[in-house]
Design a protein around this ligand. Sequence first.
Ligand SMILES: *[C@@H]1O[C@H](CO)[C@@H](O)[C@H](O)[C@H]1NC(C)=O
Length: 315
Amino acid sequence: MRRRLGHHRQPGKQGGGGGGKGLLAKLSIAVFVLLICTLSLLFSVSFTPITNGSTAPTKEQISVEELWKSANSGGWRPSSAPRSEWPSPPKETNGYLRVRCNGGLNQQRSAICNAVLAARIMNATLVLPELDANSFWHDDSGFHGLYDVEHFIQSLRFDVQIVERIPEIHKNGKTKKIKAFQLRPPRDAPISWYTTDALKKMKEHGAIYLTPFSHRLAEEIDNPEYQRLRCRVTSWQYTCAFEMDMLSFAGCFDIFTPAEQKILKKYRKENFADKTLIYKERRAIGKCPLTPEEVGLILRAMEFRQFHQDIPSSW
Ligand SMILES: *[C@@H]1O[C@H](CO)[C@@H](O)[C@H](O)[C@H]1NC(C)=O
């Protein structure tokens, strides 16, 4: 069986198998996420008053807040809300947690959820996760470019303390920087690793730096509140994935120039198992994400005439 050779892949359960199962899982996640993305977009749009007739609203008339806010739940509680005693994070921190997420978009997204959970478990202060920008999407915008940082920190304030960077300590008139101790977490590390080995180093050094940080916290955790916390982190992440990995995996080539198609086909050959795909049909059968242009067209059709310029092509 052909192995996936991408440099960003971690060997092990998902990457090393090389079989259709992992790929299938990945594709279903991508499709699922795209669906959620599209639905949430449509939902938010439908809650914004749309003017009838000829005058389209200008950007000033559209409240971005309104556009992206959650739909009215009609009294239903989000399933990710805590259902039992869930104390706010303690004021006293055990130290700072830095992580470096790696891998593709979905891997990094789940790594962010794990980083939040790890910080919660350790009573640590989370430093904004570092993203691996050079993996595939050739965009060095980092966390700030992809997330509304203030919203990220605010919306998780009852779960973890988050800071943008490790603060300097002022002691005896001197400014000191805490240097995070670098650790390589075991793959799918259990919670106990975080509360023993990692916590010990954190208390010794004041901060730890976990790298790499994809698949570094067991997926199955016997604590529903911890799983709900992961969901809370996920629930506001919008992914409109339109990136090389996704496109080449799904075989969405026909909208590209011959030169671009060559790159995508080569990438597909090098990273994914051989499979005969009828490229012309891929879009028609719904295997391809909307292009940034199509997202723009839909928004425009809904009379958001200028807003589309602000929609990032991915995330
Ligand atoms: C974190 O704090 C809670 C109380 O707020 C405590 O029960 C728990 O043992 C602490 N965990 C660690 C790893 O320090």
